[in-house]
Design a binder for this molecule. Sequence first.
Ligand code: ADP
Length: 304
Amino acid sequence: MQSIIQVTGLQKSYAGQRVVDGLDLSIHKGECFGLLGPNGAGKTTTLRMLLGLIAPDAGEVTLLGLPVPQAAREARIRVGVVPQMDNLDPDFTVAENLLVYGRYFGLTDGEVEARIPSLLEFANLTNKRDAKVPTLSGGMKRRLTLARALVNDPDVIFLDEPTTGLDPQARHLIWQRLRELTQQGKTLLLTTHFMDEAERLCHRLAVMDNGRLISQGSPRELIEQNIEPQVVEVFGETSAEWANEHAAKYAQRFELSGESAFCYVQDAQPLVAHLQAQSALRYVHRPANLEDVFLKLTGREMRE
Ligand code: ADP
């Protein structure tokens, strides 16, 4: 399998604090790879080192076969970036934003002009070609940022939280487009806080915390390796009391969080039968998902 991004022993410290602490990654051609982790885990610092925007203290990065940061400029000609915050030029129209961005890659206006119709079609923005950026909705701006990242027909696209702040319709459209890109053989590296997004889009995922990789695999593998297959969430004022007294009889593992008890079980039927007789408690029975894995691996306490 062709490796598009290869990372070994990557390290970075700020003010004596290791924020990336010995990272190894191998990302293959045509895959969508997700980097997950709570705030402060080191995801953005990692992306910036992979792009050669900041230098690592130690370790090696190869991007599209080129050493980074030494040959980062050359590698970045074949890379697209969708940053966390939209940084479109508000004074320009949709088409002008694409033209100006193309110039950073040494493309002539004529070359970009020739690509604009297909980029706008991809982004569902054909009828917004001459609209100024401030008149676009949040979803349109994100789609324009994605189209802009494709102006140089990149082989790899870095996406830092591509759907944060979007409504469900806008997210689904972005997901559809990202799938089309991997089907075309492009490689995607994305960060996200949405576990449903990661589960749906990513072929493989790495979970990071405190600068280290703590688990890696396909969404299904991460769920199977880390968590019981069924979850029963029990809600109500007396849920903690109920859980402390009864949960261990039915569940392999349980966690309390506010007025909810999360019960992780191999077989939910005995627990569900028991709960049906408890009128003070409500419950939801569902299959385990990536969010359960994430919370198990990184904890339920808030990170600022
Ligand atoms: P994430 O993207 O996972 O939220 P970051 O890579 O942004 O994490 O940050 C990891 C840690 O590094 C955080 O504690 C953050 O405060 C720190 N950090 C990031 N960039 C800098 C910087 N330029 N100077 C000092 N500290 C930084």
